[in-house]
Design a protein around this ligand. Structure first.
Ligand SMILES: [Zn+2]
Length: 132
């Protein structure tokens, strides 16, 4: 997706939300929303805005509120995806024998541990740190 396509989709989502709240988005507001939401997936922004349109609150959510809701949505989606993989039996147990999915690997020759290299790709560890 090009920057232009992204800006257009986010713009439509925000304009629709603003209309539902009888809020007028000016150019400065749009710039601030774009900047705050720059690192959030467009699908999440659109879904959050659609959901907020149904909310009976009268106020236009602040950029940070939309960002937080979009990140929470993305996190839930990621968690649900990992959980489905684990429940389907697609992930061995333990996934990582070095750390037994704790994310901490014993340091050879010392009574210490260090972060395990599996952390970024270990579904069982990721589920543990995401929580509920
Ligand atoms: Zn590991």
């Amino acid at each position: 997706m090009s920057k232009r396509e992204r800006a257009a989709r986010v713009g439509v989502a925000l304009a629709s939300l603003a209309a539902s709240k009888h809020y007028k988005l000016d150019d400065l507001s749009i710039t601030v929303y774009d900047r705050v939401l720059a690192d959030v997936r467009v699908d999440d922004i659109e879904a959050v805005c659609r959901g907020l349109e149904k909310d009976d609150g009268p106020w236009m959510p602040k950029p940070g509120e939309i960002r937080a809701a979009a990140i929470a949505r993305a996190r839930k989606h990621y968690r649900d995806t990992l959980l489905a993989q684990v429940e389907a039996g697609d992930v061995p147990a333990p996934y990582c024998a070095a750390c037994n999915d704790t994310g901490w690997e014993p340091t050879p020759g010392r009574r210490a541990v260090e972060p395990c290299g599996c952390r970024r790709h270990n579904p069982r560890y990721q589920l543990r740190i995401i929580g509920d």
